[in-house]
Design a binder for this molecule. Structure first.
Ligand code: APR
Ligand code: PHB
Length: 391
């Protein structure tokens, strides 16, 4: 067995862990990242791709924004469709803000490249990661790599290991309160090498179910349709998918859709989840380890980044000023923003999906919500403010 000591151990090399690692490294705080998977596996996961301005600024400030600025697509608005009618929500005209379409995979790739260049240590394929002693000032993280056992003593553990990670699971249940809503449907997503059907994202409500037209680049598109939770991706041929998507879009858009062979097809369940608090002694949770939002509104990655934007300065302050004020404030500060993003993601999900259990009353309420949004600048500003990112 090997034993050593570092200041911070970060568990998980997703966007949260890698960004935290980057911010700490730039401030001279020594952090090791332990990741269960290989770099290729991490980069092979298909995730969303809409960056709030605050996320883009954070990446740029961390010196990993060059490719995002060069290749990311600036979107000044989105389209919302309802039973064949569409309304554009013009973020720029309403509040002078925008979002950037740049895949989470690309963000991760840029962060990994910067970390490799800096020489900061990441242990990939770290097996059996376990944590102990985070109720003391000397927590311990153990793992195995290539059959050899390793032990790291540290000051802090950052649990950035996603929803199924070991960090939240290691907290005694009595210390944790969780809030959850599982939706009775999922999103069937298809990635295709064809130009996007429109320049902006289209979120569409239709009586057959929700549909989303998104993109990764001017040549690669990402489309989704709402399907029942128990549905299997195998049951969907490409043709069946394209027919269903067309049926849910307004006729003009449906006509323009460029289809082709899918290069990825999978179903993601929809869930809202929050764990409170985010700090247990010397263990902090950030990103999907602490919360999940349904993808409507594209908040998952942005919320993970916002956590890290709060956690990094708190840890740096501890080392620079010997002050615990920042780490004491982290949980409450991050949770206040998390709940606002949870509310917005739930609201957008509620407006746009078909909920089998709410019946005709629910559909009339959704219609009224869409009509209100169409006619009210205040309602549009609220959507724009939330979509482009709250402070
Ligand atoms: N030991 C080590 N690493 C682990 C363990 C473990 N026991 N469990 C999970 N991991 C790793 C995963 O392999 C993954 O690479 O932790 C990482 C967590 O990364 P993400 O799931 O991407 O979570 P996060 O960094 O919080 O990013 C949130 O990702 O899931 C999307 O929609 C979400 O966009 C959001 C973003
Ligand atoms: C995506 O491009 O994958 C995407 C975009 C916007 C969302 C969700 C997913 O709200």
């Amino acid at each position: 067995m090997t034993a050593r000591r570092v200041q911070v151990v970060i568990i998980g090399a997703g966007p949260a862990g890698l960004t935290l690692g980057r911010l700490l490294e730039r401030a001279g705080v020594e952090a090791v990242i332990l990741e269960r998977r290989s770099p290729d596996y991490v980069l092979g996961r298909i995730r969303a791709g809409v960056l709030e301005q605050g996320t883009a600024d954070l990446l740029e400030g961390a010196g990993v924004g060059d490719r995002m600025r060069a290749e990311g697509l600036i979107h000044d608005g989105i389209e919302i469709g309802f039973d064949g009618e569409t309304r554009r929500i013009d973020f720029d005209a309403l509040i002078g803000r925008h979002v950037i379409v740049y895949g989470q995979t690309e963000v991760t790739r840029d962060l990994m490249a910067a970390r490799a260049e800096s020489g900061a240590e990441t242990v990939y394929e770290a097996a059996d990661v376990s944590i102990a002693g985070f109720d003391t000032v000397r927590p311990i993280v153990r793992y195995r790599k290539d059959g050899v056992a390793h032990e790291i003593t540290c000051d802090f553990i950052a649990g950035c290991d996603g929803f199924h990670g070991v960090s939240r699971a290691s907290v005694p249940p009595s210390a944790l309160r969780t809030f959850e809503r599982i939706y009775p449907f999922g999103w069937l997503g298809v990635l295709v090498d064809r130009p996007p059907v429109a320049e902006e994202l289209i979120y569409a409500h239709h009586e057959r179910g929700f549909a989303l037209c998104s993109m990764r680049s001017p040549r690669r598109s990402r489309y989704y349709v709402q399907v029942p939770a128990e549905e299997k991706a195998d049951a969907w041929s490409d043709d069946r998918f394209w027919d269903e998507l067309r049926a849910r879009l307004d006729p003009v858009t449906a006509e323009k859709l460029a289809t082709g062979p899918s290069i990825e097809k999978s179903i993601a369940p929809l869930r809202s989840f929050v764990a409170e608090p985010l700090r247990f002694g010397r263990l902090f949770l950030a990103g999907d380890a602490a919360h999940i939002v349904p993808p409507t509104g594209a908040k998952g990655l942005n919320l993970a980044m916002a956590d890290v934007r709060a956690l990094a300065p708190a840890l740096i302050e501890f080392y620079d000023d010997r002050s615990e004020a920042g780490i004491d404030a982290y949980s409450a500060k991050a949770l206040s923003r998390i709940w606002k993003a949870e509310r917005f993601s739930w609201w957008m999900t509620s407006l746009l999906h078909v909920f089998p259990e709410t019946g005709d009353f629910g559909r009339r309420i959704q219609r009224a919500e869409f009509d209100y949004l169409s006619g009210s600048r205040a309602a549009q500003e609220s959507l724009a403010e939330n979509y482009t990112g709250l402070p």
